[in-house]
Every structure is written in C-alpha cells, then in structure tokens.
Design a binder for this molecule. Structure first.
Ligand SMILES: Cc1ncc(C[n+]2csc(CCOP(=O)(O)OP(=O)(O)O)c2C)c(N)n1
Ligand SMILES: [Mg+2]
Length: 616
C-alpha cells in the first residue's frame, strides 16, 4: 500500500485506510468478519474506493456483480447462512447505484442481518456541485440520495472528513456484530474524501477480534417465566430465526423433547430442529401445518424464542385461540420481547433457555399429539406425491416440492423468497436440520438467484436448491452470470405458471376479479412465450426443461456434479396453492361496493377479524 510511514502514524487515503482496517477485523474463529466486497464502480467510488480495493488485493477481495441490489442479496444470504458470524460489503457509486441498494438494505434490516453498504456520496467540498447524479435538495444542503438509507439501516454515517472513519468503522462493526442491534450499516463516503490523505494512527490497524456476545437474562424475568411455565398445562414453542442466530437449536430440541413441548417453526426458524424430531410440529399460521396449528389453538402457553411474531406466524393473531393463553417472548432485544403484551425475557436465546431449563427441574407435560403429527406427514406425502403421467395436466407447486423432497439429502438446503413457493415450502418441505433458507421478512422478489449464490459461497458443502417462480426470475436473474463466472454451482427449479400465481389467488380470495397478475389477465397485445431455458443458457448456465415430475427429479440429480448453476424449468399450474394446512391471514377486503363475490369475501373477513386477539 502507498503511504509514508512514521513512528506511529501512517499516511493513507481515507479509502485505503478503510480497506486496511476492514481487512483486519476478525471473528473468534480467526477469519475476517467482512469476507470481501461486492463492487460496481462509477465516478462516486472508482477512484477512491476502487483504487484502495485494488491495492489491498486478496487481503480483502473484490467481486464484480451485475446489479447493486442483487449483489447485496448475495451478501445477505451469505450472512444468514453463517448465522451472522460473517458478512460481506457492497460498494456503489452515488445516485442510482446507491439507491439500487435501498431495497436490499431494508431486506437486511427486517431480517436483522448484517451487511456493510459502502455508498459513494457527493463531494464534501461541493466544488463541482452538482456532480453527475447529485439529486440537489432545494431546502437542505446536507441531503443526498443516501439519506434514503436512514430508515432502513441500523447505523448510518456520512464520511465528510478522512478522520471520520476512526469513529464510523468501529461503530459499523459494533452494529453488525451486536446480537440485539444486528443489521445493515450504510457508510456514505463522500467521493472527494475517499481520495484525501490523512495521517492515521498505526494502532488503528491492529487486528481486532469481534466476539458475538451472549447477553445474560435478568434473573427476575427468568423466575417469572419459570413460574408461568410451571402453571401451564399445554405449552407450545414458536421457534424463530433467533434460535439459529443464537445457536440455541440443539438445546431447544433437547429441552422440548425432555419436557414434551411441541415446537412450531417460523419461516426464519424452520430447520432449527429438523422435521424428524418428535416435537417438531411443523409451522404455525397461514402457512402452517394442521398439527402445528392445532397445537397452537390448544396451547394455554405460547413461548416465542427468537421470533418477531410476524403476521404469517400468528395467523394475524388468530392462531393462538385458547382464551386462557398467555404469551412469553424470549428475545435478545427488548423491542421483540415486549410485543403484544408478552411476558418478556431479554437475553441470548441459548443462555436464557439454559437458565429456564435448569430452574424448571422435572417439569414435564402430557404427551403431545403424536397422531396429529403422523396424520400431517401422511397429508404432506399425499399432496406432494408424484402424479400419474397425464399429458394434459400440468403439475402443481406441491408436486414440484415433492420431486425435490424425494431426491433431497441431509445436505440439501431449500431456499426461496417470494411467490407461491415460500408458503408451500413452509407447509410442505420437510427440512433436515439446517436445510432451509427463506427470506421472508421482506419476501423480496428477485432475492432467489443471488441469494442461492450467497448460500453456496458461505457453505460450499451444501447442495443449494433455489425455488423461483417465473415472476421472481423475471425481476432479477442476472447474478446467474456472476455465478457462472465465479463457478458457484446451485440448482434453480423455475416454476413457470405464466404470471404472479400467488397474488392472483390472493386477489380472488379477497373478492377481486382476476386482474393484472397472470399474463392472460393483463393488458398485452400478445401473450408472451418466454424461453427461460434459452435465457439462462445465454448467461452460461446449464439450462433445460423438465417434461414432468419424474424428469425433474432425474435432472436435479444429474445437476449434482456440475461446477456451474443449473436451471431446470418446469411448467406448472397456477390454481392449486399449497393444497394443505393453512390458516387465515389479514388482508383487508374493500368495505363497500363491488359484486357478490366481494360481499362474500367481506363476510369472511368480518368473521375472521372478529377472532383476532392482539394483546397477550
Ligand atoms: C419486489 C416485490 N414486488 C412485489 C411483491 C409482491 N409479490 C409477491 S409474490 C408475487 C408474484 C410472484 O410470482 P412468481 O414468482 O411467478 O410466483 P408464483 O406465485 O406465480 O409461483 C408478487 C408480485 C414482492 N413480494 N416483492
Ligand atoms: Mg408465476
């Protein structure tokens, strides 16, 4: 690196100093916390950040992607796969490059996942104002496009002087490695400042280890929960993503097995126990299993562990229907622990569960309903079974899931984000322990392809199967080319039902006409014939079409040895949905007007919303 060294300072540009510092921020396992930097350069970052990244070389590698948002999706999937133990950075130019990442920042924020956004910003010295892509606020000289990040990151800083990185960078890493505050960070780096030189203290660049702390719970809160659990008759555990991030999965499985407490897993928590665990009762809520929802309805005590209690989980607060039920929330952040009048315990899930476990002594509940669980598995087997060959009938999404399930191993990770598949997978996919990756805080269309790459980069030992609908694929697919270039193999199962199938079903369920979701119901001059195989092949992926369910199974197995992504397209029907399980979900129906079908939907809506109970 360029710079004249003195006894205790080193002269570097601010960007060089940033990269040098990031390259020595370590995990307890001895790896860099920030593995590397996804980059698309423009005038706002090429000269400063770009030069610094080139200079630091393999000590902080740089990867070129195709779109700032999807590069960030890959980074987010990477962090989720490492259970927030490692992260990646993404750098952009100013203006459009930065704003392309705002959606991804929000996605990371909702899912509480760390990612470092290094956004170019306007000139701090304002000499060339307005620089290309500067938005120019008429009323506020300090505003730039990057202010859009403020509501969707956990920490925002604007670096307008080279010395600022001395405070901004430790705050950024603090945020990303704090289990309670964990989330995205945006450092808006003025483009002139990136290139300015400064004498930095050499000590600033000493390697530092960022330990992920495990906050101890308040003993009074633990005692209150222990007393409440002792008084319960039929508890149920709602396991959220926090179980995985706190590495509390093994303890939770053991705790539930010893005490006979059924576990239902949220989208983020699925895979924590593995479907074969006798206390794994599937999922709760609108995308819930029949046995899981039955356990939730009967429960007089609901123990949330590391969950946000999102509306899909709670059936918009109709699932936990026992009038006497109480709610407990074990969470590392007080924000989640006190939701909906819950009796809260703020603390690390593993530590807290351990203390509750120790204090509970021999407390054990009556046998869980094992028959409901085996009945449910039989239902899943039925709706996912391979159909009889019928040239005139397209397979359902559930049958596609069945095909993948039959060839899946303990090493397979099923991943998805938006469309029919997330709900169908939550209900029907029988995840091996650690075999599930769903982005369902934002359920962002376009996460899938890049996210699959991020998972594989984080854990090359896994077989990653990406479920993606035609709609999500059309929204963002170009990191497929990046995965081909970087030789990151995964398998994409692309279900083509010619439109936005799940929203079309939701539209009808809410009393609406079929309108503007499927291509057949959209204002087009000609129905499209999109050749997804040719499209994926043009980016270098191995692409092919499966004739039917049996053919799909064979092609996924054949994909296993490849060193590039495989895209397997299959035509599916858009009508069926998941075909099993499920509960209500609050989507407001227009209160007045409309035809008879709207009146019917209104009546259903009124009946369901009357059952909502939003406070403990
Ligand atoms: C960025 C974004 N825009 C809009 C939505 C709303 N949305 C959720 S699923 C969906 C349609 C998905 O279609 P497709 O991927 O083809 O899946 P299908 O339901 O047809 O299987 C839409 C529009 C979203 N989740 N994300
Ligand atoms: Mg579709």
């Amino acid at each position: 690196m360029d710079g004249s060294e003195t006894m205790d300072t080193i002269r570097l540009t601010a960007a060089q100093a940033m990269m040098r510092w990031l390259s020595v921020q370590m995990t307890e396992e001895g790896t860099r916390f920030i593995e590397g930097v996804w980059a698309i350069f423009g005038h706002g970052n090429v000269a400063g950040i770009g030069e610094a990244l080139h200079g630091i070389g393999d000590s902080l590698p740089t990867w070129r992607g195709q779109n700032e948002q999807t590069m960030a999706h890959a980074a987010i999937a990477y962090a989720k796969t490492t259970r927030r133990r490692r992260a990646q950075a993404v750098t952009s130019s100013i203006g459009p490059g930065s704003l392309n990442m705002v959606t991804a920042a929000a996605l990371a924020h909702v899912n509480r996942l760390p990612v470092l956004f290094l956004c170019g910003d306007v000139f701090a010295n304002r000499r060339p104002d307005p620089v290309l892509q500067q938005i120019e606020d008429f009323d506020d000289g300090t505003v730039s496009a990057n202010d859009c990040f403020k509501p969707v990151v956990r920490y925002f800083d604007r670096i307008t002087r080279p010395e600022h990185i001395l405070t901004a960078l430790p705050r950024a890493l603090r945020t990303m490695t704090d289990p309670a505050d964990c989330g995205p960070v945006c450092l808006a780096f003025c483009q002139d400042v990136q290139a300015e030189a400064c004498d930095y203290p050499v000590a600033f660049f000493e390697p530092r280890v960022w330990r992920i702390r495990r906050p101890e719970p308040d003993p009074v809160e633990v005692a209150a929960v222990v007393a409440a659990i002792r008084a319960a008759k039929a508890p149920v555990i709602v396991a959220g993503g926090g179980v995985l991030y706190a590495q509390a999965d093994d303890l939770l499985a053991d705790f539930a097995a010893r005490r006979n407490i059924p576990i239902v897993e949220t989208q983020a928590g699925k895979g924590a126990t593995g479907f074969e665990h006798p206390m794994n009762f599937g999922s709760p809520g609108v995308t819930g299993s029949a046995c899981g929802n039955a356990a939730c309805a009967a429960a007089d005590f609901v123990i949330g562990v590391g969950t946000r209690f999102q509306d899909f989980t709670t059936g918009s607060w109709t699932v936990f229907a026992n009038p006497d039920r109480r709610l407990v929330s074990i969470n590392v952040h007080g924000y989640d622990a006190c939701k909906h009048g819950a009796l809260g315990v703020v603390g690390d899930a593993r530590v807290t569960l351990g203390k509750i476990d120790a204090a509970l002594g021999e407390t054990r509940f009556g046998a869980a309903d094992a028959k409901a669980r085996t009945d449910w598995h039989a239902t899943v087997a039925k709706v996912t079974a391979a159909p009889a060959r019928d040239a005139n009938k397209l397979p359902s999404d559930a049958q596609v899931i069945g095909a993948v399930q039959r060839i899946a191993t303990g090493n397979t990770v099923a991943m998805c984000a938006a469309g029919t598949m997330p709900g169908a997978l939550q209900v029907l996919w029988q995840a091996a322990k650690g075999g599930y990756h769903m982005e369902y805080g934002f359920s962002c269309m376009g996460y899938e392809v890049a996210g699959a790459m991020g998972i594989k980069l984080a854990d090359p030992s896994k077989e990653v199967i990406c479920f993606v609908g035609d709609g999500s694929y059309m929204m963002a697919n170009s990191e497929l080319a990046t995965a081909v270039m970087r030789r990151v193999p995964f398998t994409i199962v692309l279900t083509d039902n010619r439109g936005y199938g799940c929203i079309n079903r939701l539209q009808q369920a809410c009393g609406g006409a079929e309108f503007n979701n499927m291509y057949k119901d959209s204002a087009v001059a000609a129905q499209p014939e999109i050749d997804f195989v040719a499209h994926a092949a043009s980016m270098g992926a191995h692409a092919e079409k499966a004739r039917d369910i049996a053919d799909l199974e064979a092609r996924i197995i054949a994909a296993r040895g490849r060193d590039i992504p495989s895209v397997i397209v299959i035509d599916t029907e858009a009508v069926s949905g998941t075909g099993a399980g499920g509960h209500w979900w609050d989507v407001a129906v227009p209160a007045v007007g409309g035809p008879e079908r709207l009146e019917k939907a209104r009546a259903t809506y009124a009946a369901n919303s009357a059952r909502q109970r939003v406070f403990n």
